[in-house]
Design a protein around this ligand. Structure first.
Ligand SMILES: Nc1ncnc2c1ncn2[C@@H]1O[C@H](COP(=O)(O)OP(=O)(O)OP(=O)(O)O)[C@@H](O)[C@H]1O
Ligand SMILES: [Mg+2]
Length: 240
């Protein structure tokens, strides 16, 4: 469960708020999509959830642990995949995964089994011995996803996870996301791909200029607007 309670954030002491009193709860078993125009405040919100940015005000709890006052406990509950993969390029893929496995205390046998399985599903087996600096963007993205899955925490937070993935890998990821939440876990992700959001998400929120302007199931949003696809609803809501 992710509980976001009235968080705000401005950059550079500026008067303009990137995120403005935003509140949201993502329940266990739920895939929640975070939508909004460029610069709306999605990444800023996600970084506050995972503890990379400290909110100016408000609070965030992950499975009951406050990210500011109980950061270690909160971080054990979750995996974050940022919008641009940040990996140690001098390591090989396998070294990187083992490094992450060490940080999160993943037992050796479990580690081996998961690395083999995910490398196969993401078609990365042959590349794991290579240095990350030789990886394409999509390969790096897959490696970061694998590192998140390696310690398999209950809460996944993904910032535009499909960007750069080939169709098969995007499909695999969507299946993994659905499976994770079927097992009672929590998934919060941002995306610009509205067809994916419409198909995959139990609920969505649309953020504009740091504030939530719509939240609910796609069906609920449809009833509040004049109907249509999520794309039509999004265009209508974000133009005003
Ligand atoms: N490091 C930063 N310094 C100053 N301003 C920033 C910084 N990061 C983001 N902003 C500003 O905060 C606002 C929200 O940005 P954010 O990255 O959260 O948007 P986003 O919804 O993730 O957009 P996108 O869809 O393009 O990824 C924007 O106005 C942006 O210019
Ligand atoms: Mg962003």
């Amino acid at each position: 469960m992710i509980e976001i309670n009235a968080v705000s954030k401005s950059y550079g002491g500026g008067t303009k708020k990137a995120v403005d009193h935003l509140s949201l709860t993502v329940k266990p078993g739920e895939i929640f999509g975070f939508l909004g125009p460029n610069g709306a405040g999605k990444t800023t919100t996600l970084k506050m959830i995972v503890g990379l940015l400290r909110p100016d005000s408000g609070s965030v709890r992950i499975n009951g642990f406050d990210i500011t006052t109980q950061p270690l406990e909160a971080k054990r509950q979750m995996a974050f995949v940022p919008d641009t993969p940040e990996v140690y390029e001098k390591l090989t893929g396998l070294e990187y995964l083992n490094f992450i496995g060490d940080i999160y205390n993943v037992p050796a046998s479990q580690r081996r089994e998961r690395i083999e399985r995910f490398a196969e599903t993401f078609e990365l087996t042959g590349a794991l011995g290579e240095r990350i600096s030789s990886y394409s963007h999509g390969m790096q993205q897959k490696l970061v996803l694998m590192s998140a899955l390696l310690h398999n925490p209950p809460v996944w937070i993904l910032d535009e996870p499909m960007v750069g993935l080939d169709p098969r890998s995007a499909h695999v990821l969507k299946e993994l996301m659905a499976e994770h939440t079927r097992n009672g876990n929590t998934l919060f992700f941002s995306t610009h791909v509205l067809e994916v959001a419409e198909k995959l998400c139990d609920r969505v929120a649309i953020i504009k200029q740091g504030r939530i302007i719509a939240c609910g199931t796609v069906e609920e949003l449809r009833q509040n607007q004049s109907g249509g696809s999520l794309e039509e609803i999004f265009l209508e809501l974000t133009q005003q």
